[in-house]
Design a protein around this ligand. Structure first.
Ligand code: ADP
Ligand code: MG
Ligand code: MG
Length: 926
């Protein structure tokens, strides 16, 4: 049997259906589906997308066999509707509509009212008695055909359409301003003038023969697949050229037949808020694109009841039918012809993140979809919209309209923040203490900015990417952050920043939108999200917070289906508390070095590093011990028995050292040694490649007393917590292990300290000793390391850096171009490089489990909060992921989706294909 290229639809039946988008395009598949379920769809047929490729192969001509198939379907259409092309009594008019597999809005063209010529127009006047309608349709047809098929449409957006120019001239001659004031005779005259313009431009006549018109239009639709606009659009959205477009030929219905006719577009729910209300616009006595063209102001769909109560009721019913059938929010086009309603298009509607979440949750409540299905419909990152402080939208728009948009950077920490510009952390803290809202504005940030960042509403940097220090810490703290805003020229000395020849001084107000990356001059008001008001600030009751309730439902369902545990990266009690409120089930990474920057701690820390003798070092450590113990106790109390992974000191020492003379003198005075000596020590600790230098477990191996002090602080805090009858579970994690002997060395110290503390304090507590896997050698020798380690936590930041041989801090210059050129599909510091780094992880998992089957496996790199990376962690069988507190909800959802979307397919287990049980639809692939 010959291959089928044309599919008929209409009159309660269709040869295609919604699952045939590949062949019929989105529009054609849904027209067939709607016809098939008995909705009033004007009949017609779809020429398949495969013909598009044939058309190009056949030197831009339709192959003969397809021509015959189209002719046959045209006959069938004529018979079905009792009209015929060119018929002197009852002429058939059709639309010719493009429609690719993926929607390409406005990329290709549609022609309406095809089949009109002077004779059929006259026949229609007799048939309808409505001369104005006929010539309105006729002039639209000649215009669209001239533009689309005969190539009169201007190439540049700014050039005017020659037909629009003619209409304008005509209206000017008549002294009228609106189209609806044109009489039938005026429109008839326009048709003649249009045809003359076509003759002048092309040297040929406008085709009178409807068949000729049809083939011209079909060819033009296929031709439009390769126009510049379509090519550019495909490139942007990764749509393969090979897909091609389908062509739909469909009986015309007329919304421009008078006051009892009209046309409209609608969403079955509000696409912005997700509310379950019918949302749309319509115009009476209008056709096609009039509603969106902006020439007349359309009315809200809620008023349709007044204009046509019957159609309104029918449309409302169809709205429910469609939602039930597609189990989703739909975007529809309809036309009313003399009181009779027709459906012209439907597709799954685009929506905001906010609406996506609300609709998914509501539809579960309405029993339209399952909880699992709802979770697959919400992208984890969309949850951010529910968590972030929000700008007053109207105020923001007004600011931008008023020319206050300064620049755009990376949207590194979503949310909205308004405050006064300060250029260093000391000022940020001081201003913060005075109760000022500040935006910490830096060229880039470093660990010593932590306190300033914490005091700020938002962080703005001129340099650095999505995983820069600023971005990473901002996300952990839940601060709004715009990073890498290269247009800012920051002058620390002058306390100014210049952008687009405007200079802002310290104390000037700015607003940054971490969701869009926009930087706006001046104040724009914000408010915290409902979710935060309920969970964190506790200023709002859950019962009074509908947005929070939606959020809570998504979270509860996610917890039902995920198998990964979710922990958080936190090193302060308040951060830990927030994370627990967001659902964290433990701490996956507590970076002890952040504590050293706290109040009163940096001094003893520096003394410790600069010490010449063991004695001096012990003296300094003795000062640090109670401070660290207090920090750990605070965290243990908040976590109340949930596991807390504490990493021993990790960064290269230079990050703690005083580099300015003034500070060096202070340290010298504290230690009672000459300033020169301090300077010498600082110089001698300089490293060429600090990230591969004296850091991680190497510090604890050379200076065991540091590990001992940290272990003691941890275990004394654990003992104290236990004595308060609060359960506690510390997990001591040794960083940067490449050789099992490094871990064994440190483990011995940790265990000896634990034993000593238990004896001294007279309490017992459980604890684990494990390691980070972040050096390739550590991953490769994971079987050996697992003999000592009770857990692994993948430090994927360093592991990526070392596996790729790419310095994270120096990568911006080439990594962005790398991603643009698709050398790496995604920034490997944001999304786990599955084929490289991921393979090392997989190997370490297998080897580690071989040695120690019950080994606990997790990840604490920044990737732990990235949905794709969470999925990968699920696939390789980790036990948990750990991420910054404010990403915990995102990770919970990502973990649930990973479990749902990667669940073994039940069909695969069954031996043979079985028909779906009656009354149950097969699950639609999304
Ligand atoms: P797009 O892909 O740009 O949405 P469409 O093919 O949907 O283009 O057509 C554009 C407009 O023409 C729509 O408003 C649609 O409702 C209208 N239209 C298309 N076919 C018909 C028809 N057979 N009868 C009446 N109106 C039609
Ligand atoms: Mg459309
Ligand atoms: Mg590391």
């Amino acid at each position: 049997m010959a291959k089928k290229y044309v599919y008929f639809f209409g009159a309660g039946a269709a040869e295609g259906n919604m699952r045939m988008k590949d062949v019929l395009g989105g529009k054609g598949a849904n027209l067939a589906e709607m016809a098939g379920i008995g909705l009033p769809v004007p009949p017609g047929f779809t020429i398949s997308t495969e013909v598009c490729a044939l058309y190009y192969k056949n030197r831009e001509r339709i192959p003969e066999s397809v021509r015959l198939e189209v002719e046959k379907n045209l006959k069938r259409l004529e018979k079905t509707v009792g009209q015929a092309f060119g018929d002197p009594k009852s002429p058939l008019l059709v639309s010719v509509r493009s429609g690719a597999r993926a929607s390409m809005p406005g990329m290709m063209d549609t022609i309406l009212n095809l089949g009109l010529n002077d004779r059929t127009a006259a026949a229609l006047v007799v048939k309808t008695g409505n001369e104005r309608f006929v010539y309105d349709s006729y002039r639209r047809f000649v215009q669209m055909y001239g533009d689309v098929v005969l190539g009169l449409k201007p190439v540049h957006k700014d050039d005017i359409d020659p037909f629009e120019a003619i209409i304008e001239r005509k209206k000017h001659e008549l002294g009228i301003t609106i189209d609806t004031d044109l009489s039938a005779a005026d429109l008839k005259d326009l048709v003649a003038r249009f045809k003359a313009a076509i003759r002048a431009k092309t040297g040929g006549e406008f085709p009178d023969d409807p068949k000729k018109q049809l083939w011209g239009a079909i060819g033009a639709v296929f031709g439009s697949w390769m126009n510049d606009r379509a090519i550019a659009y495909r490139k942007l959205y990764d749509i393969p050229e090979a897909w091609g477009t389908a062509v739909n030929v469909q009986l015309m219905v007329f919304g421009n037949m008078g006051g009892d006719s009209g046309t409209g577009v609608a969403f079955t729910r509000d696409a912005a808020t997700g509310e379950n209300v019918f949302y749309g616009e319509y115009l009476m006595n209008a056709q096609g694109e009039d509603v969106v063209a902006g020439t007349r102001t359309p009315k809200p769909i809620s008023e349709l009841r007044k204009d046509d109560a019957k159609a309104c009721v029918q449309l409302e019913k169809i709205r429910h039918t469609l939602e039930k059938h597609y189990t989703d929010m739909m975007d529809i086009e309809f036309t009313i012809q003399q009181g009779k309603l027709y459906m012209l298009q439907c597709r799954v509607g685009k929506r905001t993140a906010f609406a996506a979440i609300k609709i998914a949750v509501d539809m579960v409540g309405e029993k339209l979809i399952s909880e699992k299905e709802a979770l697959t419909r919400v992208e984890p990152d969309q949850l951010n919209q529910l968590l972030r402080p929000i700008f007053d939208q109207a105020q923001k728009e007004a600011a931008i309209k008023g020319g206050r948009l300064l620049a755009k950077g990376l949207n590194a920490g979503p949310g909205a923040a308004t405050g006064r510009v300060v250029f260093n952390s000391v000022d940020a803290e001081a201003w913060g203490k005075r109760g000022e809202k500040v935006i910490l504005t830096r060229i880039e940030t470093s660990p010593e900015d932590i306190k300033g960042m914490s005091a700020a509403e938002g962080i703005l940097t001129a340099r650095g990417g999505m995983t820069s220090h600023a971005a990473l810490v901002a996300r952990q703290m839940g601060r709004v952050c715009v990073a890498g805003c290269g247009e800012l020229l920051i002058d620390y000395a002058a306390h100014t920043m210049t952008v687009k020849s405007r200079t802002l001084k310290e104390g000037d107000w700015i607003s940054i939108d971490g969701t869009t990356g926009q930087v706006i001059e001046g104040k724009v008001n914000t408010k915290p999200s409902e979710v935060l008001q309920v969970l964190i600030e506790k200023t709002l009751a859950a019962g009074k917070a509908p947005v929070y309730q939606t959020f809570a439902k998504v979270m509860a369902w996610a917890d039902k289906f995920r198998t990964l545990k979710i922990r958080t990266n936190a090193d302060q009690p308040d951060q830990s508390k927030n994370a627990v409120a967001f659902g964290a089930e433990g701490i996956g990474l507590c970076r002890t070095e952040h504590m050293f920057f706290g109040e009163g701690k940096i001094g003893p820390m520096r003394e410790m590093i600069l010490a010449d003798t063991l004695e001096q070092r012990r003296a300094a450590l003795a000062k640090l011990l109670p401070l660290q113990r207090k920090d750990f106790a605070g965290i243990f109390e908040v976590m109340a028995g949930l596991p807390v992974t504490i990493r021993t000191i990790d960064p290269p020492l230079h990050e703690f050292l005083p580099h300015e003379e003034k500070e060096q003198r202070e340290v010298a005075a504290q230690m009672g040694i000459p300033y020169e000596k301090v300077r010498e020590r600082v110089d001698s600790l300089h490293e060429f490649n600090p990230m591969l230098g004296f850091r991680g477990c190497r510090l604890g191996i050379i200076y065991p007393e540091i590990t001992e002090m940290q272990a003691r602080a941890i275990f004394e805090a654990a003992a104290a917590t236990k004595k308060k009858k609060i359960p506690v579970l510390p997990e001591v994690m040794i960083p940067l292990v490449g050789h099992v002997k490094e871990l064994a060395d440190q483990e011995k110290i940790v265990r000896a300290t634990a034993e000593a503390v238990m004896k001294e304090q007279g309490v017992k507590f459980n604890y684990l000793v494990g390691t980070m896997i972040e050096i390739p050698r550590g991953a490769v020798t994971a079987d050996e390391i697992a003999a000592v380690a009770e857990f692994f936590s993948f430090g994927t930041n360093d592991l990526t850096q070392m596996t790729l041989g790419v310095s994270r801090d120096d990568a911006a210059r080439f990594l962005i171009p790398y991603v643009e050129r698709e050398i790496y599909a995604k920034d490997p510091f944001e999304v786990i490089d599955r084929d490289g780094v991921g393979q090392l992880m997989r190997m370490a998992v297998e080897r580690g489990r071989k040695t120690r089957p019950g080994i606990k496996l997790g990840i604490c790199g920044e990737h732990g909060g990235d949905p794709s990376s969470v999925e990968f962690c699920h696939l390789i069988g980790l036990n948990y992921v750990s991420c910054s507190p404010f990403r915990v909800p995102i990770a919970r959802l990502a973990a649930a989706r990973a479990a749902i979307l990667n669940a073994p397919k039940p069909e695969a287990a069954k031996p043979a294909k079985k028909a779906a049980p009656k009354g149950k639809k097969p699950v639609r692939k999304r």
